[in-house]
Write a protein that binds this ligand. Sequence first.
Ligand code: SF4
Ligand code: SF4
Length: 57
Amino acid sequence: MAHKILDTCTACGDCIDECPTGAIEEGDPIYKIDPDLCTDCAMCVEVCPTNSIVEAE
Ligand code: SF4
Ligand code: SF4
């Protein structure tokens, strides 16, 4: 299990400094989460202004 970033991401960058494991990568057009590094802490979810970070199924 891991979190993932949806297409609604605006690449604002607010989430990247919140991740304690460095799982979030800059991307174009949207940011990405490395599922091998994500620990599902959900800290990034709280700061995303577009609610684009969700639990992956
Ligand atoms: S849920 Fe936690 S570990 Fe996973 S990408 Fe977000 S901040 Fe990083
Ligand atoms: S905070 Fe949300 S909108 Fe901003 S880069 Fe991260 S996932 Fe994308």
